[in-house]
Design a protein around this ligand. Structure first.
Ligand code: ADP
Ligand code: MG
Ligand code: MG
Length: 908
């Protein structure tokens, strides 16, 4: 028997089910599952993702057997629906829909109303007794098919010729909306559409239903490889090899009159997680109307019950059933045809970080899932937690903006967070401004957004649209990107040509300041300063935990994460941010960069740099000791009872003093000459000696300490004196001294000896002994390869994956921006290796380092302190590789805690 390429569903039965996403795509698998559960699903069938893969490898050819299986499946649909595809008396119409394993909203194509031609449209008129409906459907079909399958191009003005024809027809008829056009007017539009096809494509619009269907199936498979789908997959790490399934399904009609509707709803609010059926719907409309933003839809939770009480009740019940079945918030698409509810799609809904936390928390409270399941990365992607830390407007600032009459209008609050910045009207301009200045704050303001705007949306702080509802493209995408977003602010008058946005009497030009509150939907003229979120305020002690439900849920989730994780989470911090790190849950410091402390004492460190002899250097260094001691004491006190890893001086000295400094600060040479007791010429000579062609590979890290042991001695002395002082003040202290950039065992031994000597001297003088360890960064391939040897002396390892990536890949972390975007675009690398660990390369070296180190010292404590320590994928890798802890910047600690729990749960 031939392989099964086609799976039927509908009428209470299905070949597939929800477990078959890989084969049937998410949409197909869930249509099958809903059919099986007895929900009202129009009959149809799914052509598998394997067929897509075969089709795209073989230039549009189908595997053997597909055509026959499709024919057979159509017969089944005909039987279930009691109509016949292509019949001129009782025609069945079909939709043809894309649907991949992971939903890629709006990225691929769908064609509705397939099977219409001059004859079937007549039959549809007779059957429905509704001429306008039939021509409306035909109009939609020719337009969609022309766009999607035939690829009708834009005209010289870059306008969609179909839209131009409709605009003209509306104007001629003196109506505002499509649904106000009469049957005759629609008929005329269809004729004009067909003319455009004939002119552009040199062929007639296809009349044969089977030809139409295969055209649509091919177009859906082709759409897997369209630009925006490829860009989307790259951004969300969806493999290009998966392919999409194609779902062919009997049409049901929401455009058959005022007892019909179409809508998209959610079983809870996707923006903030509030329970209850909500969403958008339109009476007497079809499919894409709701998401396309042509008419602003009505809200389900506001008017649907009044408009269609029976349908509302049925859909609410279906929603509850689906939630119980899938144990998660559902995003459903439905159509009501003459009062009868039809389900067209269900899937686990996309949600903001806020909603994710609330829903996971609530489902545990409701007894639907347990705490382990609540932490599933599908429910709370670890990265999304950062939304809870995102800025909001200060109530007082907002009020004064309000009082000053700055409130322009309001729309639907579609993505939480506050954003203020410059108005920018096109995605291209947004990208251009961002490329000029990465720190610029932009708010993208548009009538509506489409997948073409993705790149511009990414660089904007917030998104504001005049049209569309809570499930429009803008809302979905910004929710996923975690950006502040308001949609459907209908009073906004956007003029792309004049580059202005106006409301009432106020007009903003592109570049003027605007502020949007994605929590409430309010739009303000001017800049309202943003301030920390509720969770941040509680963490900073400005708000009581009891006063913030958001914080309480967040804190529950973090508690569950802590129960499940085995990796410790530390922070990369040295000064004020250390306290913040502790508030975020840091269990220690994984990296204190001592040079950051030096920047406050530039005169002294410069004197040290200028010193020509060991004696003068010692004198300069001695001046630095009290400052370092004070800084370390503060840090140890903040981290009382927790380990603190302090890295000795690391950067090349010219970061403190170079020609650039001398040029930029007139008189600096003179000042330094005086401080160091040398001549101005000496200063310039010394600075030019320090200059390096390749400083990242130059005199830095332990190479400094080896050549200038007095610096190492001073730092170690400061560390241990601080430790003693902290201990004497009654706090436990666990210093871990870390030698940077070690490649040779001898380098480590050289520096460790200086450190241990200093420790002994301090302890003897104080009459106090404090346990401490000396370890090393592993950030040079040689160190990983010789880890067994290095571990003979080193008592801990910390992978410095920023430098390890730089030195393993031979890619400068400061210069890779010139080619990395292109590398990503061309899929030469699967991710930015400085954000996500390059597992096959850098990760391999790490494994070698771990194995070597633990061969010598089975209980060797190993961590990571590169930026990767806060990247969820990299955290997973660290867990699996057997690290003891990850260390990351304070803001990413909640993310690392959750990712560590997710890794532990995944590993079982
Ligand atoms: P997307 O993946 O972009 O949501 P869909 O394949 O779900 O695309 O189709 C978009 C919309 O088209 C659906 O939400 C639904 O309103 C409409 N649609 C699709 N198939 C049918 C059908 N068989 N009958 C009526 N409407 C349909
Ligand atoms: Mg859909
Ligand atoms: Mg380094």
């Amino acid at each position: 028997m031939a392989e099964q390429h086609v799976y039927s569903f509908g009428a209470g039965a299905a070949d597939g089910d929800r477990t078959m996403k890989n084969t049937l795509g998410g949409k197909g698998a869930n249509l099958a599952e809903m059919s099986k559960t007895g929900l009202p699903v129009p009959a149809g069938f799914t052509i598998t993702t394997d067929v897509c893969v075969h089709y795209s490898k073989n230039k549009g050819e189908y595997p053997a057997g597909v055509k026959e299986q499709v024919d057979a499946a159509i017969r089944k649909v005909e039987k279930a629906m009691g109509a016949e595809f292509g019949s001129t008396t009782n025609p069945l119409l079909l939709s043809c829909r894309s649907g991949a394993r992971e939903s890629m909203p709006g990225m691929m194509d769908t064609v509705l109303n397939i099977g219409l031609n001059e004859k079937t449209v007549d039959a549809l008129i007779k059957q429905s007794g509704d001429e306008r409906f039939a021509w409306d459907s035909y109009r939609r079909f020719v337009q969609m098919y022309g766009d999607v399958v035939l690829g009708v191009d834009r005209d010289e003005q870059n306008e969609d010729p179909f839209e131009t024809i409709i605009d003209e027809a509306r104007e001629k008829a003196g109506v505002e909306y499509d649904h106000e056009l009469s049957a005759d007017q629609l008929k005329e539009i269809v004729a004009e559409f067909k003319k455009v096809v004939k002119e552009q494509k040199g062929r007639d619009f296809p009349d044969d239903p089977m030809e139409q269907l295969w055209g649509a199936i091919g177009a859906v498979f082709d759409s897997w490889d369209n630009d925006r789908a490829v860009v989307y997959r790259r951004q969300y790490g969806i493999p290009h090899e998966w392919g999409t399934a194609t779902n062919v399904q009997a049409m049901v009609f929401g455009n058959l009159g005022n007892d019909c509707a179409t809508g998209v709803g959610m079983t809870r609010d996707g923006a903030d997680g509030t329970p209850g059926f909500n969403g958008d719907y339109l009476i007497n409309a079809q499919g894409e109307d709701v998401v396309a933003g042509i008419r602003t839809p009505k809200r389900i939770e506001e008017t649907f019950e009044k408009d269609m009480p029976a349908a509302f009740k049925e859909l609410t019940e279906i929603g509850e059933r689906l939630e119980a079945h899938y144990k998660d918030i559902q995003d459903i698409e439905f159509t009501v045809q003459k009062g009868k509810v039809w389900m067209l799609q269900t899937r686990n809904a996309k949600r903001t970080g806020f909603a994710a936390v609330r829903i996971a928390h609530d489902l545990v409270e409701e007894g639907v899932i347990d705490s382990k399941e609540a932490l599933n990365p599908r429910r709370i992607p670890a990265d999304d937690l950062n939304q809870l830390l995102q800025p909001i407007f200060n109530t007082a600032d907002k009020k004064s903006a309000q009082d000053a009459g700055k409130l322009l209008t309001s729309g639907i609050n579609a993505g939480p967070g506050a954003a203020s910045g410059k108005v920018v009207l096109t995605a291209e301009t947004a990208e251009a401004w961002y490329n000029k200045d990465n720190n610029v704050n932009l708010v993208l303001v548009r009538k509506e957004t489409s997948p073409e705007d993705l790149r511009g949306m990414r660089v904007a702080k917030g998104i504001l649209t005049a049209q569309g509802g809570a499930s429009s493209h803008a809302a979905l995408v910004s929710r996923q990107m975690g950006k502040a977003c308001i949609v459907g602010a209908q009073e906004l008058n956007i003029n792309y040509a004049a580059k202005t946005v106006s409301v009432g009497g106020t007009t903003l030009k592109e570049g003027d300041d605007i502020s949007i509150d994605g929590f409430t939907g309010e739009v303000f003229a001017g800049l309202i300063p943003t301030s920390p979120s509720e969770v941040m305020q509680v963490l900073d002690g400005e708000l009581k935990a009891e006063e913030s439900e958001t914080y309480q849920r967040y804190s529950k989730i973090m508690g569950w994460a802590d129960e499940h994780r085995t990796l410790n989470v530390r922070a990369n911090a040295e000064s004020d941010d250390a306290a913040e790190a502790v508030a975020f849950g840091a269990e220690g410091i994984g990296l204190c960069r001592t040079e950051h402390m030096f920047f406050g004492h530039l005169d002294e460190i410069r004197e040290m740099i200028l010193a020509e002899t060991a004696e003068t250097r010692q004198k300069a260094v001695d001046q630095l000791l009290p400052f370092q001691k004070e800084d370390f004491t503060k840090l140890f006190t903040t981290l009382a009872g927790k380990p603190v890893t302090i890295r000795l001086l690391d950067p090349p000295l010219h970061e403190f003093l170079s020609d650039r400094h001398l040029e930029e600060e007139p008189g600096l040479d003179e000042k330094l000459a005086k401080i160091a007791g040398v001549t101005k010429e000496d200063v310039h000579r010394r600075v030019s000696e320090l200059h390096e062609l390749n400083p990242m590979l130059g005199h830095r890290g332990c190479r400094l300490g080896v050549v200038y042991p007095e610096v190492t001695r001073m730092q170690a002395t400061a560390i241990f004196e601080a430790a003693v002082a902290t201990k004497q003040a009654g706090h436990d202290v666990y210093p871990e001294v870390m030698i940077p950039l070690v490649g040779f065992k001898t380098e480590f031994e050289n520096q460790a000896a200086v450190v241990r000597e200093a420790a002994a001297a301090v302890f003897e003088k104080a009459g106090v002994e404090i346990p401490y360890t000396v370890g090393t960064m592993i950030e040079i391939p040689r160190a990983a390869l010789r880890a067994d040897e290095i571990a003979e002396g080193a008592e801990f390892f910390s992978f410095g994956t920023n430098d390890l990536t730089q030195t393993t890949l031979g890619i400068s972390r400061d210069d890779y921006g010139s080619f990395m975007p292109q590398y990503r675009e061309m899929d030469i690398v699967p991710a930015d290796p400085f954000q996500t660990i390059d597992q096959p390369g850098v990760g391999r070296l790490m494994k070698i380092g771990i194995e070597g180190g633990r061969k010598t010292r089975p209980d060797l404590k190993i961590g990571i302190c590169g930026e990767h320590g806060g990247d969820p994928k990299s955290v997973m890798f660290c867990h699996d590789a057997g690290l003891n802890y990850v260390s990351c910047s304070p803001r990413r600690i909640p993310i690392a805690r959750l990712a560590a729990a997710q890794a532990a749960i995944a590993a079982g």
